[in-house]
Design a protein around this ligand. Structure first.
Ligand code: SAM
Length: 498
């Protein structure tokens, strides 16, 4: 692939300082507020701070994260005294971001309730013949239960169980979790219950369940027993401690909407946003619904397959597990030759390698749908941006589809440019080792500016005629790019993957 003809600059190869995990790590001084529940490999708070500084964002302005996940941008903005708004389609991540940006409760009050709940749950488990390692000085349930008859274990219903990754939680830890959850639901004051639920979500992912992240979610060795009450209580104590530190910033505005970022123009008022700092999905087969499945099911965010499908449909298509017959985002990049060539290359490679599974057949289609969905998002976003707004999209190059390199940042830069944005840079954030190819893949910060509707229309027109000239003259070789009008029609239908 040729270098893009954008105004962007790609920087030189990374120094060891920013290779691998280092750039992404949560710094010790940054833990407050962020650790309550966090996606593995979320971008780090210091990256958000760097962008805020670069964009010179000041109090009175508003920052948007349209793919806010577990809320790194939002928490960091609120800590800096800056108003923000987040969109997130995943109900568990939306819940986490909402709780992580609600700082109006007292830590002491939360701890008092948590102790009461922990005591009651420990007593109940003890009465049932199950000890739960001491979470504090009061109980040593494991010892006091020795030799006692055991009550039947509680479990999830069949629909819920069928949603879980097999063996992602062992029977006894699940029972203890459900007993604790029952106690939270019975006796946590309503104003504090969400912190209790979030602490349980974190405990489930980090230590109660059998999950491991690397970075994909997998199931590791089963844990026969875990001190669930203790694990939960310790995480709640972290939240309580942080709340006292964060309380002075409690009135800084932050809204988190459960919404599809491709419909952003319907969600936010016109010209209300001064900066965007975000990390959207990449076309890499990562399924965020699996990453959050255990806690989503146990906490009741997803109750059955229909609900799961409904929420998957609101996600940008970035993996072959959520592609649907009537998906039509590809229409947004139909006339974008670079994306068409990329998809054709992936399909060609599949045929050469004789890969015939349903998933492999979807690789080319999901690539088109991904970039189309991002184009739709960027197109809608224009109306909510103030003229001069600055944007940072953290995205990674990928080689997940039969090792065909997808330069995500460069392609998004071209799409953005065709929609009237100015591309002001593509900075290297870090590199990652691709497991399949052992090559270092770039993770970049795509920097954009929205010049305002008047200015960008002129630019877009100019760009369109340039593109038309290019496509007429050399359709196969030019690296041109242009957007479709908003009223683009969906193409034919496709077979459904799942
Ligand atoms: C890379 S993660 C963001 C991580 C985030 N920076 C954090 O701090 O946790 C991408 C997020 O985009 C969400 N997402 C995917 N498609 C979406 C859509 N159409 N609208 C809103 N959110 C979406 C996913 O659920 C996921 O949480």
């Amino acid at each position: 692939m040729r270098q893009p003809q954008t105004t962007a600059t790609r920087v030189a190869e990374p120094s060891p300082r920013i290779s691998g995990q280092v750039a992404n790590r949560l710094r010790t001084g940054d833990r407050t507020g962020h650790e309550w529940y966090r996606f593995v490999l979320s971008f780090p708070p210091h990256l958000v701070r760097d962008c805020l500084e670069k964009f010179a964002i000041v109090a009175g302005q508003r920052v948007l994260d349209p793919f806010c996940g577990t809320g790194t941008t939002l928490v960091e903005c609120k800590k800096a005294g800056l108003a923000s708004v987040g969109l997130e389609a995943n109900p568990m991540a939306h819940f986490a971001s909402t709780v992580k940006t609600t700082w109006d409760k007292q830590g002491g009050e939360l701890l008092t309730s948590a102790r009461r709940i922990a005591d009651a749950a420990s007593r109940e488990l003890e009465a049932q013949g199950y000890g739960d390692d001491s979470y504090g000085p009061l109980f040593d349930g494991a010892k006091s239960c020795a030799g006692r008859a055991k009550a039947p274990l509680q479990s999830l219903d069949d629909q819920q169980t069928s949603l879980l990754l097999g063996s992602s939680i062992s029977p006894l830890p699940l029972h203890k979790t459900l007993v604790l959850l029952g106690e939270i639901n019975r006796s946590a004051p309503p104003r504090l219950a969400s912190y209790c639920h979030l602490a349980l979500a974190r405990a489930l992912v980090e230590s109660v369940g059998n999950l491991h992240f690397g970075p994909e979610v997998g199931v590791g060795a089963p844990k026969a027993d875990v001190g669930v009450v203790r694990e939960w209580f310790n995480r709640l104590a972290d939240i309580a401690r942080d709340l006292d530190e964060l309380r002075p910033r409690r009135d800084i505005s932050c809204r988190v909407l459960r919404a599809d970022a491709r419909n952003v123009a319907h969600e936010l008022p016109p010209e209300s946003i001064d900066a965007v700092i975000t990390s959207p999905p990449y076309p890499n087969e990562k399924d965020y619904t699996r990453t959050t499945r255990l806690e989503s099911v146990i906490l009741g965010f997803i109750k059955n397959k229909a609900e799961l499908r409904e929420f998957k449909r609101t996600l940008v298509r970035s993996n072959t597990r959520n592609v649907y017959r009537d998906d039509n985002d590809h229409g947004w990049v139909e006339l974008h030759p670079e994306i068409q060539r990329l998809a054709a290359r992936i399909e060609q490679r599949r045929i050469e390698l004789n890969k015939t599974s349903g998933f492999e057949r979807m690789y080319a289609r999901v690539t088109r749908l991904y970039f189309g969905g991002m184009a739709r998002h960027l197109a809608g976003l224009r109306s909510v941006l103030r003229p001069g707004a600055r944007l940072a999209y953290v995205v990674g190059d990928q080689a997940s589809y039969l090792r065909v390199l997808i330069k995500t940042g460069e392609i998004l830069a071209r799409i953005a440019e065709s929609l009237g944005y100015r591309v002001t840079g593509i900075d290297l954030f870090r590199t990652r080792l691709a497991t399949a190819t052992r090559a270092q893949l770039r993770e970049e910060v795509l920097l954009l500016q929205w010049p305002g509707a008047g200015k960008s229309l002129g630019q877009a027109r100019e760009r369109r005629s340039q593109i038309l000239r290019l496509t007429r003259n050399a359709p196969q070789t030019s690296e041109c790019c242009f957007s479709l009008p908003a009223q683009v029609q969906p193409q034919t239908t496709f077979s459904v993957c799942r």
